[in-house]
Design a protein around this ligand. Structure first.
Ligand SMILES: Cc1cc2nc3c(=O)[nH]c(=O)nc-3n(C[C@H](O)[C@H](O)[C@H](O)COP(=O)(O)OP(=O)(O)OC[C@H]3O[C@@H](n4cnc5c(N)ncnc54)[C@H](O)[C@@H]3O)c2cc1C
Length: 398
């Protein structure tokens, strides 16, 4: 298996790298470098820049705005985007509901939604998880009772990321309460402006607002907003979750964060030598870099195999586990590097801990919230324990 890029792929990498250098607005790049929280406008602005270049939805069919790139070129694109570092296009539209609509939606749904997803004219969120239905998603209880040309939806979703910004939500609902678990589930597209929807924030440990509870109280959804067939929603959800894990290793992001870590560790410290001169700290950085290099090789093997097979690989579960462990390890080293500046300051009344550090230099402020926030990466997209179950079944055949 040849893991080296061809001359054509290297030329492509240089083209993408130059675009990322020139087109990414400096304030967004700075937030990304410093691990600050992005605002909605940052993500919309950047996705529209990508879309104007024809690169917002590279993996979609060309007819709907895709690029026709090989899996290797798609990999190179994401690697360069993450290393820039630039924000990902909004995953709920671009990686999740978009491909589901392309594969299973009606022509009317494609025409209505796909161009608006690519340009981020509509912000989407994902309504899968419920209290009591996370890893065991098929036990979800939100109901959709058929009434003429509509479904009437009742229930609750939770952990819904950025629902506070959303124009639309895609939901798994139970249209046939009599059917067993997986069989009674349907996939609905719901306009967030529909009467009966309430969004309530969940305060997270980093002090931010990223996830929400979403309540449905007699929400009327036109039947034409169902994707595909009634009671086949579980198949569509499995297709979607397979896509969700693609690119989750975030190797480029970890590289960019390690670069930042080294910059911080090289800074002068009052009364002490820079941390980078401490051999034990350097050893810790080297250890995580070695792990990352090994992960990169695994990722390249998966990509090279995809070049030949052109289908998803259960090895994406390995990438998810190792990738999230490395991202968390780097966030821990960043915390160690800022030492006392990582201390939360509970007495600071309205501390927005992401953007206004209560103590220490301004650039250190976001790093403790970033550390806390990044605990999520081993949970969402299917927890790491669930990925181990998938590896046991699909790779080890246990
Ligand atoms: C920051 C964040 C954002 C999220 N955003 C969204 C979103 O936008 N939309 C959405 O629908 N969901 C979202 N989720 C939900 C996420 O998908 C679930 O949290 C995840 O699937 C785990 O489900 P749970 O929280 O109910 O935990 P549980 O399923 O209750 O799991 C609890 C613990 O038990 C372990 N466990 C469970 N079952 C098994 C098993 N069979 N074998 C071994 N161990 C097991 C889990 O690994 C975990 O450690 C988000 C979660 C987070 C943290």
């Amino acid at each position: 298996m040849d893991l080296r890029f061809t001359p054509d792929e290297i030329a492509f990498r240089d083209e993408v790298r130059a675009f990322m250098r020139d087109a990414l607005p400096a304030p967004i790049r700075r937030k990304m470098v410093e691990a600050r929280r992005l605002e909605k406008d940052d993500i919309v602005t950047w996705q529209r820049i990508l879309n104007a270049r024809g690169w917002a939805v590279p993996h979609w069919p060309v007819a709907w705005g895709g690029t026709g790139w090989s899996p290797v070129k798609q990999y190179i694109f994401h690697e360069e985007l993450q290393q820039a570092p630039a924000p990902d296009p909004l995953p709920f539209g671009v990686n999740m509901v978009g491909p589901v609509i392309i594969a299973f939606g009606s022509e009317a749904q494609k025409r209505r939604h796909l161009p608006r997803i690519a340009n981020l004219d509509d912000w989407w969120c994902q309504g899968f998880s419920e209290p009591g239905a996370g890893s065991d998603l098929a036990s979800l209880k939100t109901t959709a009772r058929r009434d003429g040309d509509s479904y009437v939806v009742n229930g609750q979703k939770t952990w819904t990321t950025t629902a506070q910004y959303a124009d639309w939500i895609f939901c798994l609902v139970r249209a046939d309460p009599a059917a067993k678990k997986q069989q009674g589930i349907s996939f609905l597209l719901i306009d967030m402006k529909t009467p009966g929807i309430t969004v309530r924030p969940i305060q997270t440990i980093d002090g931010g607002r990223e996830v929400n509870e979403v309540f449905f109280d007699d929400v009327r959804v036109p039947v034409e907003n169902r994707v595909g067939e009634e009671n086949r929603g579980w198949d569509y959800a499995k297709f979607l979750l397979g896509n969700e894990r693609t690119g989750i290793a975030r190797i480029g992001t970890s590289k960019a964060r390690i670069r930042r870590l080294k910059e911080i560790a090289a800074l002068e410290r009052a009364g002490d030598k820079p941390l980078i001169e401490d051999e034990r700290f350097r050893t810790k950085i080297a250890a995580v870099e070695v792990e990352l290099k090994a992960l990169e090789m695994t990722q390249l093997r998966v990509v090279a195999a995809a070049r030949e097979r052109n289908e998803p690989d259960p090895a994406s579960s390995i990438l998810k586990i190792k990738g999230s462990e490395i991202q968390q390890a780097v966030s821990e080293l960043l915390l160690e590097a800022i030492g006392p500046y990582a201390l939360p300051e509970e007495t600071h009344d309205d501390a927005d801990r992401w953007n206004e550090p209560p103590i220490g230099p301004e650039w250190a402020g976001p790093l403790a919230p970033h550390y806390f926030n990044w605990r999520k990466v081993s949970i969402y997209g299917g927890s790491n324990e669930i990925q181990k179950n998938i590896i046991a079944k699909a790779i080890l055949g246990l």
